[in-house]
Design a protein around this ligand. Structure first.
Ligand SMILES: Cc1cc2nc3c(=O)[nH]c(=O)nc-3n(C[C@H](O)[C@H](O)[C@H](O)COP(=O)(O)OP(=O)(O)OC[C@H]3O[C@@H](n4cnc5c(N)ncnc54)[C@H](O)[C@@H]3O)c2cc1C
Length: 445
């Protein structure tokens, strides 16, 4: 069986690696000159800038296992402080143990009591929800959005500052764009007894994991697939390498890039067409190393600032050069969309102004807050609304693998690098199972 994987992000690379380990002939096509997609790093002036994903957590079982197999060390950043901005003041945003509820986001005692009850229920849930496999979440949770659920269960302060702040920071969109299921699964993961939310970072930067996978595979970089054509036996893949024939195709690009390749209407195209993303721009500034102290991540709820969604202190990863480190800023989707086609100078200028207004420590060293690098992400993070989660569930049951075409990536009900990697692993398992089934059927003929 010959398989083409289109896209060398973590989903496509995990899929290809698992297929190759099982003896399948697999080739990966990547549009960009480097692999990794939204899990890449660019080093400039001695400072490494994570273009998209910039941290891992210890309960990323698939990624941790891959890193171990590839010999890549994952360094713990925890314990680190997270803060949420509210009325110009910072409040603690950590939730790793029940005692953290005493200070979380400056909530009043009634909200904290209701939240404690919610955390207790999540902690002792007989069957925990799986944040990295939202297709298994009971359908009733997909009828409500995360904001309404949080406001109903705990109160509007919690919904506005904690849940909306968290969603802005981690997904760049608003809590109304996320299903209650997604929030409940994530909250369950944080409150669960055996879940570990320790923040980690790959030694050699984020890029280390995709690069190590690619070294073990046949990857054609700078080779965008121009179109896909179904044939009687499989698929014809068109790229600068010419026309190549494969038995199966795994489309591991974002949904928007994928839908430009498919011409035939069907379940695949329908799902790709309806998938929505939040956009962001990741903007990086060089600052004196100690400026942000020991806080790792600042969550900026939309009510507080409609431009900046979050900023992270890269000094804690020990990324530094000549006494400087980086502050990476992510934008709320609406502000990002408005700036996506602006010049670098315009983006640096307007984001810098907002950033200085949010943090007095940065304002105090304003002359030393200098533009470093930026990356535009029109398709940054999928929106896991209830409708999307249900649509994907239906696709996975009825459309996945039809005509020898498989989809993988974080939009398949599996958020972040861990979710994306798991979708790649699942597609590889389906293909390997299918191959064994065909071989077994042939041997009994
Ligand atoms: C700013 C930002 C911050 C994030 N922070 C974190 C974080 O801290 N932790 C975390 O776990 N996750 C984080 N994420 C999410 C995480 O990066 C993604 O969920 C994950 O990397 C998605 O992987 P993927 O393989 O599904 O897609 P991608 O990484 O997007 O890979 C798709 C690949 O397909 C290629 N491609 C597209 N079209 C074609 C074509 N026609 N031919 C060939 N190749 C093609 C693309 O170039 C790309 O390399 C963040 C994302 C962003 C944008």
């Amino acid at each position: 069986m010959r398989v083409a994987v289109i896209g060398a992000g973590i989903a496509g690379l995990t899929c290809a690696f698992n297929l190759q380990q099982a003896g399948v002939a697999v080739q990966v096509f990547e549009r960009q000159p480097r692999v990794g997609g939204r899990m890449g790093t660019r080093v400039r002036d001695g400072l490494a800038f994570d273009l998209g994903a910039n941290f891992l957590i210890r309960s990323y079982s698939t990624i941790c296992e891959l890193a171990a197999r590839l010999g890549i060390r994952l360094n713990n950043l925890s314990p680190v402080r997270h803060s949420v901005l509210r009325d110009g003041t910072t409040f603690p945003m950590n939730y790793t143990a029940p005692r953290d509820l005493r200070t979380l986001g400056g909530l009043n005692w009634q909200a904290r009591a209701r939240l404690a009850w919610l955390a207790l229920k999540a902690r002792f849930r007989p069957r925990p929800l799986d944040f990295f496999d939202l297709s298994k979440v009971p359908a009733r949770y997909n009828c409500e959005d995360a904001y309404s659920y949080a406001a109903r269960k705990v109160g509007s302060d919690f919904a506005n500052y904690i849940v909306d702040g968290f969603n802005s920071c981690m997904m760049f969109s608003r809590a109304r764009d996320m299903s209650a299921a997604t929030f409940a699964a994530l909250f369950g993961m944080m409150a669960g007894t055996n879940r570990d939310f320790t923040v980690q970072h790959a030694e050699g930067e984020m890029q280390a994991i995709p690069s190590a996978l690619a070294e073990r595979l046949t990857v054609h970089t700078s080779t965008p697939v121009a179109s896909l054509e179904p044939t009687r036996q499989g698929w014809r893949v068109h790229s600068r390498l010419g026309e190549m024939e494969f038995d199966r195709v795994v489309l591991a690009s974002t949904a928007g890039a994928g839908r430009r390749l498919l011409k035939e209407p069907g379940e695949h195209l329908e799902l790709l067409r309806l998938t929505q993303y939040a956009s962001t721009i990741n903007v990086s500034f060089r600052v004196p190393k100690g400026t942000l102290g020991d806080v790792h991540c600042f969550y900026v709820p939309f009510l507080e600032n409609p431009v900046i969604a979050e900023f992270t202190n890269e000094a804690l990863k020990e990324i530094e050069c000549e006494g400087d480190s980086l502050v990476n800023v992510g934008l709320h989707e609406k502000a990002a969309r408005a700036l996506l086609h602006s010049s670098d100078e315009t983006i640096f200028h307007s984001v810098r102004q907002q950033l200085l207004s949010l943090h007095p420590g940065l304002a105090a060293v304003a002359a030393q807050v200098r533009p470093h690098d930026l990356q535009r992400w029109p398709e940054a993070i999928p929106k896991y609304s209830g409708r999307h989660v249900e649509r994907v569930k239906h696709f996975l049951e009825h459309g996945q693998g039809r005509q020898g075409l498989y989809l993988c990536g974080d939009y398949l009900n599996a958020p972040w690098t861990e979710g994306a990697s798991r979708t790649g692993q699942r597609v590889a398992e389906l293909l390997i199972d299918g191959r064994f089934r065909v071989e077994a059927e042939n041997s009994t003929l």
